[in-house]
Design a protein around this ligand. Sequence first.
Ligand code: SF4
Length: 272
Amino acid sequence: MPDKIFMSFAKDHNLPPSTVYGPVHSWRVGTSLGIDLLYVNSICSFRCIYCQLGKINEHTRERKVYVPTEQVMADLQASEWQSVDVITFSGNGEPTLAANLGEVMHAIRAFTHKPMVVLTNSTLLHDSTVRADLAAADKIFCKLDAAEDRTLKLIDRPVAGLTVYGIVEGIKALRREYRGHLAIQTMLLPINKNEVESLAALLNEIQPDEVQLNLPSRPVPRDWMIESRGNHERSAENATRLKLLSREDVDEIEGTLRRLTGLPLTSAYRRN
Ligand code: SF4
């Protein structure tokens, strides 16, 4: 999309006119500038029940260029990039769906020399071109919420054809090739709390550098809300909140995972 069309898209949809957002503070990575390569819509291969973007409008596995690299670089140059600790690729859905992810990462590295983190839902990691793109990242946080297909469907609501086996095989392929820090991020919910042992078995196969346990503490907007791509909270009337596991449940899950895997583990309850 040429710049002019891009700007008029932003105006017509009343969107903040930048593919770069923040800085936002993240307890995991510090002060972070977000890069949104999907800016033109909410686009993902999942529709997670806890998604803070609200509604995923484009449910797809197709990789393509949604925002031109030149637009992202122009937005970056106009941002406060100098003051941040890290550049994070997340945005309006699954960043690996952007076919220019690797190109943008190399351009940002050359321009800023800042560390880069990618948050991925792991669904495209079976694709060697995606893994090659991700090689430029310093850290990759890979989502793994389910150890069984039934739970995957209930929590992450994937596009047709995605299975836990395929996703885990993709993460394992990345693990074999990738030299940076690979973390698994798991959202703990009442739906998956009883499959901790199966999850531990998958984690033992993957051997990540770290396991991060999250809770869906942020409001879930009813409709797509581009402002939710950062750390923004939503007002209660426009959003719902999911039931959280108790502290005791999380402690038990954490203890079981530590015992069964021995992997370094961080929990949302212990982030301070
Ligand atoms: S993977 Fe991320 S962006 Fe996609 S639906 Fe889930 S939470 Fe939302």
